[in-house]
Each structure stands twice: as structure tokens, then as C-alpha cells.
Design a binder for this molecule. Sequence first.
Ligand code: ZN
Length: 141
Amino acid sequence: MGLSKLQNLYMAVVTEHSKAPHHYGKVEGETISLHNPTCGDVIFLSLKYDQDVISDIAFEGHGCSISVASSSMMTDLVLHKTKQEALELAHIFSEMVQGQQDDRQKALGDAAFLAGVSKFPQRIKCATLSWNALTEVLSEE
Ligand code: ZN
């Protein structure tokens, strides 16, 4: 795939998630809110567990298309995962947007499309906001 085709696909996936985010709303459970002062992004994340598994998750907030798309992708990905799996995915995502490449990034689903953010340092915080919120809330116990 040429660079421009990949670029178009990236734009299409990000746009789709930011215009119609998945899992937008609130669930009864643990909550956390984080904001990214650099860009003004705000996220309110709520999630519910069934024993060790994330049985429901939702987010609300506002922000740039990257932060909203990333939240949508993150909630898609970690729903029905164990806490440990979700923390591992957040770690892989964080490495990816900082420019590291490795095979485990295939596990990120649509979120793998955000790898290009590593070229725009001021957008990295937009992309990682929801993942940081997830890591914080999962690490609380
Ligand atoms: Zn942003």
C-alpha cells in the first residue's frame, strides 16, 4: 500500500471514530476524569467489572478528533478484556505513539492506525489521554 493510500485509510478510520464514537456515555461503576491542558481535551471514563473482566465501559467528554477517536478505539478494544490484558494493551499503545514499532501492536485493532501520531509530538497527549485514564483507574486497586 502506498503512503497516500495508507494516509487516506488512517484519516477515514480516525474520522469515523471521532464523528460517531463507540461506547459514548456512562456506565454505573468506577469513574475517572482526566484532561489534557495542551489541547483542551477532557475525558470522563466509567467502567464496570465482572470479577476481573471489564464488562462495560463508556466515555464522555470533548476534545479534538484524535482524542475522541482514540477513546472510541480504546473502549472498543478493552471491553471484555481482563484488567491485566487492558493494562498491557495500554502499555503497547503508549509505546507505539512514542514511535516504537513491534509486532504486538497488531493486537491494538483500529487503535493501531494512530501510530502516525508519533510524528506529531504535541498530539501524543491527545492520543494517550483515554489510555492514561484507563491505566489510572485500573491501577487504583
Ligand atoms: Zn487534542
